[in-house]
Design a protein around this ligand. Structure first.
Ligand SMILES: Cc1cc2nc3c(=O)[nH]c(=O)nc-3n(C[C@H](O)[C@H](O)[C@H](O)COP(=O)(O)OP(=O)(O)OC[C@H]3O[C@@H](n4cnc5c(N)ncnc54)[C@H](O)[C@@H]3O)c2cc1C
Length: 309
């Protein structure tokens, strides 16, 4: 038996990859978590809505997770970026940016999603401090405050009633044509939600806290927080490079067990779901790890070399 052969190479060490590593480590599988260390929530200082960890910082979350996983000696952490994957189910070769090579029976992509550059001047300064993307993550902290919602079209009609559960004082800035029907505009009017479609000139802030949104037509909208719809791309182009089917929203197509269309390749977390929350990512990581473990055990069943010694 090839003693260096990994059971699972986990590409990405956010909540999804780390929870998968915990489950696989406890199942005595040889695992490497290869992580470039650029999680999407790095811009923020608190993770909310994760039972027993509500309000923890993202870096502390990862520190505790790695400490717990370290109890399982078959899991190793590799601070590097996977740049190429060759081979097939049972024997994939992974190369990294720093020239390391790994061979693994299975691949689990937990590469997350990442933001495309923010095009509105001033948004980067407040992102993660007073401008957020998900009300379940940060709505509580902005409750009852005067907010600006930056989005348009169908997403706006989803977002507006949702946000109204946290504050009644919000204004919509569509930053260009609103892409709404007359009926949708009427609905916003009935709910007394102000809407501006002038492009946004800039966002003014102090120490990361937004003060006002300035529109190109001269309108100034005072506010203390923002929710906006980010443009996301998958955290790595490796899944696509090796032939994984991609969804219309840019994630990886998986079945209910996290299997991609490529035998031996799985995915979990933000990259394979539109529910972008840490606990949801961790939950899927745990589930898909159990699926991979079950598959490995079934494949090894009866093969003398692979029995636990
Ligand atoms: C501003 C903001 C605030 C948020 N607040 C909350 C919150 O309060 N509560 C909550 O539940 N969720 C929150 N989220 C969402 C949460 O951060 C994500 O749902 C969660 O991090 C997804 O976990 P993941 O493991 O799928 O991906 P990630 O945490 O993004 O981790 C992916 C990892 O894969 C690595 N990677 C990518 N490609 C490669 C490669 N080729 N080789 C090696 N490594 C690679 C990345 O560097 C990264 O470390 C927030 C998100 C944002 C943007």
């Amino acid at each position: 038996m090839d003693k260096k052969l990994l059971d699972v190479a986990i590409i990405g060490g956010g909540p999804a990859g780390l929870n998968a590593a915990l489950v696989l480590g406890r199942a005595r599988k040889k695992v490497a978590v290869i992580d470039a260390g650029r999680p999407r929530n790095a811009v923020t200082s608190e993770v909310h809505g994760f039972l027993t960890r509500d309000g923890i910082s993202p870096s502390e979350f990862r520190r505790i997770a790695k400490g717990e996983i370290s109890a399982y000696p078959s899991v190793s952490f590799v601070a590097d970026t996977a740049v190429s994957i060759m081979g097939t189910d049972g024997r994939f070769q992974i190369e990294t940016e720093q020239g390391q090579s790994f061979t693994s029976k299975k691949i689990l992509f937990t590469v997350g999603m990442k933001d495309q550059p923010l095009s509105i001047p001033g948004l980067a300064e407040v992102y993660g401090k007073s401008a957020f993307v998900c009300p379940y993550c940060d709505g509580w902290e902005l409750r009852d405050q005067p907010l600006v919602i930056i989005t348009k079209g169908a997403m706006l009609m989803h977002f507006a009633p949702l946000i109204s559960g946290w504050t009644k004082h919000f204004t919509i800035c569509t930053n260009g044509p609103d892409e709404l029907t007359d009926a949708e505009r009427e609905e916003l009017l009935l709910n007394q939600v102000p809407l501006f479609d002038s492009p946004i000139r800039r966002i003014d802030s102090s120490d990361g806290i937004v003060r006002q949104v300035v529109l190109k037509d001269g309108t100034i909208v005072p506010c203390t927080g923002i929710f906006f719809k980010p443009n996301l791309i998958i955290g790595s182009d490796l899944p696509q490079t090796i032939g994984c089917e991609i969804t219309e929203w840019g994630g990886i197509v998986v079945d209910e067990f996290g299997k991609t269309n490529i035998p031996g390749v799985y995915s979990a977390g933000d990259a394979a779901s539109q529910m972008h929350q840490a606990i949801a990512a961790a939950s899927r990581g745990a589930l898909v790890a159990a699926v991979i473990n079950g598959n490995l055990n079934t494949e090894a069943w009866g093969k003398k070399d692979d029995r636990i010694k």
